[in-house]
Structures are given as structure tokens and as C-alpha cells.
Design a binder for this molecule. Sequence first.
Ligand SMILES: Nc1ncnc2c1ncn2[C@@H]1O[C@H](COP(=O)(O)OP(=O)(O)OP(=O)(O)O)[C@@H](O)[C@H]1O
Ligand SMILES: [Mg+2]
Length: 258
Amino acid sequence: MLIGQCSNVSFAYPAYDAFSNKPRTILREICCDFLPGSLTLIVGRNGSGKSTLLKLMSGIYTPTSGDLLLDDCPLRSFREDDLRQAIYRVPQEPQIYPLSLRENLQIGLAQPPDQASLARAVKEAGIADLVGSLRDGFDTLMGPLEQSRSSCYLIADELCRTRTIVRLEHSDVRLLLVDEPASALDPVAELDFCTKLRNSSKGRTVVVVSHRFAQLAKRADMILCMKDGKIVERGTHEELMGVGGEYWELYNAQHASD
Ligand SMILES: Nc1ncnc2c1ncn2[C@@H]1O[C@H](COP(=O)(O)OP(=O)(O)OP(=O)(O)O)[C@@H](O)[C@H]1O
Ligand SMILES: [Mg+2]
């Protein structure tokens, strides 16, 4: 049985294209399967549709045509609450809400985690010292004023990662979707984060979008390479390097810029 599946998914944002005055198709006939416990890496140039695909897979948007399945059932057949528990998306732009750190970390959970579990999560995410240095600890307000202080700026990404660790520990996430977890991390730190996520995800199915994917690529069970809203190549790192196409170009461009 597959955990997730995209079956011929196409999508256009409701917004109208400025030039043609029509909705512009962003994803075209996407087909992909996610095996239980697998790590899938999605790569592609800016604007190729990676984030849009993850948003569809998490149920935020509905495909214009085609079907998205979780455990062989269409996403639209799930109750919204059940979907939110089963699929968790780590967004490309981390959100900090004007609430306390504790409230920020437990967002989306039915039951608040205890202090020991929060302490474990910040340790696992590598921000225990930072949190320890906050005047009010977990009760520190994370509003815009606090964010304007450099220490809180630093934890925007990290807070999002810690929230993910908390979420994985406290709810039955079946499909974890991670969109560029590490814009502020170097590739080694990104790999370290993804390894940690995989460990805390305990055999869950994980899909990661990344631009600096050299390390992750060798560990992924499947790589999907997108271009202009389509999956143009798929396979393992070795297979795709052998093709000498879009993936090969992205991989080499990444090395040239390192
Ligand atoms: N809310 C929106 N409304 C209309 N068009 C959008 C919206 N969000 C994204 N797009 C467009 O959809 C296309 C795909 O965007 P998307 O963010 O999915 O790409 P991406 O592959 O994630 O890019 P990046 O690597 O820069 O994160 C782009 O042309 C983008 O301008
Ligand atoms: Mg994106």
C-alpha cells in the first residue's frame, strides 16, 4: 500500500495571469507515489512548482484535475482535522505567531506537550542554549517586537524545526512534507537536520524539497526533478546523473556555487 499518491494532478492558482488574463497552469499531469517509510527529494529551479505541489499534497489547495490520495483514499474524503493530523507540512517561510514560545511550539496539537518534552525538542533542534538565554524561557513572547531583536531573528527557522519535532512526537503524522527546511543552513547542517527529522519521524514517509541537495540526494530513495510544473526526471541520484539532463545541470550548478 502507498502512503501518498499524486495521480495526474494539474493545478492553476485562482489568480489570473497578468498577460493572458486567464488562470495559469502551474502543475501539469503530476504522477508520483510515496512508499511507506521512504525519503523522496524534490528538486527543480525557482518557480518550477515544488512548493505548490507540497501545498496540494497537504490539502491546502485542491487540484484543478487529477487526484491526491492518502492511504488510497482521496484527500477530499478526509475530515479537515484528520488530514491536519495525518499530513504535516514544514513551510518554506517559517511562521512565528505573536504568542509565547510555548504556544508557538504546540500549535496544531490537540493536547499541550509537557515541559520535559518541550525541553527535549529544543535540545534535539540545537536551540536549548538559546532558549535558556531568553528572559522568560518558554513563556517569552514571540511578537514582532521580539523578532526585531537579533536573538529572536535567529530562531525563526529553528523554531519551525523545533515545532516539527514536537509535532512528530505528539501526533500521528503519516506524511511529513518539508519545504526547504534550511534556507539558513549550510548543506551539512541541512543533512544533519534531515537526519534528525528522519530519526524523530521513526519510519514515517518524508518528502523534502531542497535547492542544496548534494548530501540528501545520496540518501533519498527517489528523486523527482521538476521543470515548468512537470516532473521531467525521476530516479536515484546515480540514475539521474547518468541521464545528463536537468538534474545533472542542477547538481553541477550547485557544486559550482559552493
Ligand atoms: N499564491 C499564488 N498565486 C499565483 N501564483 C503563484 C502563487 N504561488 C506561487 N505562484 C506561482 O506558481 C509558480 C510555482 O511557484 P512555486 O512557489 O510552487 O515554485 P517553487 O518551485 O517552490 O520555487 P522556489 O524554488 O523559488 O521555492 C511560480 O510561477 C509562482 O509565481
Ligand atoms: Mg518553493
